[in-house]
Ligand binder design. Structure first.
Ligand code: COA
Length: 329
């Protein structure tokens, strides 16, 4: 393997807005309670963006931190991929705004939309671009301001979501370090189970779509719940098979933070003890594409992923989409 270079993460960053909304605060907004949310979902609090904050301002802060850690000036970034379902505006891409905030003048920029799996999809794309030699330095930014599309009258969804951004900067690194494999999947027949129906070409924004609350997250929680754990376990299995790495070799699983019970199901079905599974859902709630990016940064910062550690990231989200990414740090 000596002398082989492949895409790897060389810096990470994160940002969460200052304002915190606790379960006790939520009790004043919808009919719910801390005990139900804690036991059924595992969330204690979530962060809420200030009115002037957007996906690109959150994302730029996380990206700047990732670049600083890697000691890479913004001018050296070749490409910015932003994963989000809550872009600053429907178009142009939030990645272009992030490019502007960073002053990353040489970078190409575009958004991808794979809901909660967006960071994994972004890593897979960045890896392909680097491994085929097209680009050398790529920022993958996962940023969400989900509380702007949260229906505060719907207790089934209002309790779940929060705002955050995470970022990773990728460059060629010397094997055996780097991204060892990725696996992506989707099932478009289930798209109506988790969606925001309003504001696109099917239901363009109108008084009627606003009156019918179509610009909010709609979710069949039970159906999503049943699918999520199994899909993440499947994604884990596939990437491990493809790379010839066994589950025993995985030092840390970083699953999408949607619900503690989904995380536990994914871990159980993947035959991993919870000691080797990362969780921070209690602090941030479900921040869609950002959860895995934020968790990767926190796990590194907390020393749970030292040099040489093998990390398995896995996510599941609207679409449905799912994906996994196996890397050696
Ligand atoms: N507070 C208090 N009680 C609530 C509640 C809330 N926010 N939401 C629902 N309930 C009640 C229901 O009314 C129901 O009461 P009943 O038994 O008296 O009828 C009971 O709790 C169970 O409701 P149910 O909808 O079956 O709960 P659940 O166990 O399926 O949990 C979710 C609901 C949303 C937490 C769960 O389905 C889930 O996490 N799904 C996946 C969501 C997700 O992660 N989406 C994003 C994926 S990327």
């Amino acid at each position: 393997m000596a002398g082989l270079w492949q895409a790897g993460v060389v810096g990470t960053g994160m940002y969460v807005p200052e304002k915190v909304l606790t379960n006790a605060d939520l009790e004043k907004i919808v009919e719910t309670n801390d005990e139900w949310i804690t036991t059924r979902v595992g969330i204690k609090e979530r962060h809420i963006a200030a009115p002037e904050e957007t996906v690109s301002t959150l994302g730029a802060r996380a990206a700047r931190q990732a670049l600083e850690e890697a000691d890479i000036p913004p001018e050296e970034v070749d490409l910015i991929i932003t994963a989000t379902i809550t872009p600053d505006v429907p178009w142009p891409a939030s990645a272009c705004f992030i490019q502007r905030h960073l002053g990353a003048k040489q970078a190409a920029a575009f958004d991808i939309q794979a809901a909660c799996s967006g960071f994994i999809y972004g890593l897979a794309m960045a890896r392909a671009f680097i491994n085929n030699g097209m680009y050398r330095t790529i920022l993958v930014v996962a940023s969400e301001v989900l509380t702007r599309i949260t229906d505060w009258q719907d207790r089934n969804t209002a309790i779940l979501f929060g705002d955050a951004a995470g970022a990773a900067v990728l460059r060629p690194v010397e094997a055996p370090r780097g991204i060892l494999g990725t696996y992506l999947g989707a099932d478009g027949s289930k798209s109506e189970l988790l969606e925001m129906p309003g504001g696109g070409s099917r239901h363009p924004a109108s008084h009627e779509t606003v009156d019918n609350r179509l610009h909010y997250i709609k979710m069949k929680g039970n159906e999503v719940f049943k699918y999520a754990g199994r899909a993440m376990a499947h994604a884990n299995k596939r990437v491990l098979e493809d790379t010839g790495i066994s589950i025993e070799q995985v030092d840390l699983l970083i699953p999408h933070q949607a619900n503690t019970r989904i995380i536990e199901a994914a871990a159980r079905l993947s035959h991993l003890p919870m000691e080797r599974v990362y969780r921070n859902i209690e602090k941030y709630g479900n921040t869609s594409a950002a959860t895995t990016a934020v968790a990767l940064h926190e796990a590194r910062r907390e020393g749970r992923l030292g040099p040489g550690a093998i990390c398995l990231l896995v996510a599941f989200g609207g679409g449905f989409t799912w994906g996994s990414c196996l890397m050696r740090l």
